[in-house]
Design a protein around this ligand. Structure first.
Ligand code: CO
Length: 266
């Protein structure tokens, strides 16, 4: 295995349309059909309302323009078509301009249940529903602006904040624990595990703690951070986050709650 991706994004034509193959549309159909039944009663109501606004097609991969028109009307965001791998500079620059990067490839059947790279199913199904919510959108925008201005070292801290909120965030509700993180909501296994397993720790949302907590991308998470209300993301967007990054640096990282990654045979 290398750090490059085996996937190549499809490029849109002169009219902004991407011509997906029948097999790619079929993979989308199977992914969204399965995940719609899995997230019911497990995703937060804000996510479900976002899905309702997006009206994602079941039988084909949506065109980015369709998703962007809903995002523009709700929070002023839009999708940006990007290659399978982009630089951190590009990633933050897009977010800072309220453009959500969507790599325009879909996973192969061999990686139907899990892949490391974020594909179009993860980006659109996992994230775009929440991006119709003003608090989530504002928080993501703040993250992009901070990341764009941050040093390489500080970006590593900010990445943990993103990981434990936008990707793997949980929400306390009157109906019980729910999910808003797109990394969980695009994974059937982790959607069940995050709510039902008694293995992971579930800690209260605390930006400083999140900045100090190491993570691994290739395992079920040993720790989640839980918001009490989705609008708390508005408050989090107003924090002096870089002061918290400096505090996190001074205090140091928490010990990892996972074994070190084993070297893979190449
Ligand atoms: Co993601």
């Amino acid at each position: 295995m290398t750090k490059t991706s085996k996937y190549v994004s499809r490029q849109s034509d002169a009219n902004g349309i991407i011509h997906w193959s029948a097999e790619e549309n079929q993979i989308w159909h199977e992914l969204i059909s399965r995940q719609l039944s899995v997230v019911e009663g497990k995703a937060c109501s804000e996510f479900m309302q976002g899905l309702d606004k997006l009206q994602l097609p079941r039988d084909r991969i949506p065109q980015l323009a369709e998703v962007s028109s809903v995002l523009r009307a709700t929070t002023g965001w839009e999708c940006a078509e990007v290659p399978a791998l982009i630089s951190f500079d590009k990633f933050f620059e897009l977010l800072a301009n309220k453009r959500f990067p969507v790599a325009t490839f879909i996973r192969s059947r061999e990686e139907f249940d899990y892949l490391q790279e974020p594909d179009i199913f993860h980006e659109i199904f996992g994230h775009c529903a929440m991006l119709t919510h003003p608090a989530f959108a504002e928080f993501t925008h703040m993250y992009g602006k901070l990341g764009l201005a941050a040093s390489k070292q500080d970006r590593v801290y900010l990445a943990r904040l993103y990981w434990f909120s936008i990707e793997f965030g949980l929400l306390n509700t009157a109906d019980g624990l729910r999910i808003y993180g797109g990394g969980i909501l695009s994974s059937p296994g982790e959607t069940l595990y995050a709510l039902q397993s008694d293995v992971p720790e579930r800690l209260p949302f605390d930006a400083l703690e999140m900045l100090r907590t190491p993570y691994r991308i290739d395992i079920m998470q040993p720790v989640y951070f839980t918001l009490d209300h989705i609008d708390t993301l508005f408050d989090a967007a107003k924090l002096d986050m870089m002061a918290l990054v400096n505090q996190a640096k001074a205090l140091g990282l928490h010990a990892p709650k996972f074994p070190p990654k084993e070297k893979q045979a190449s």
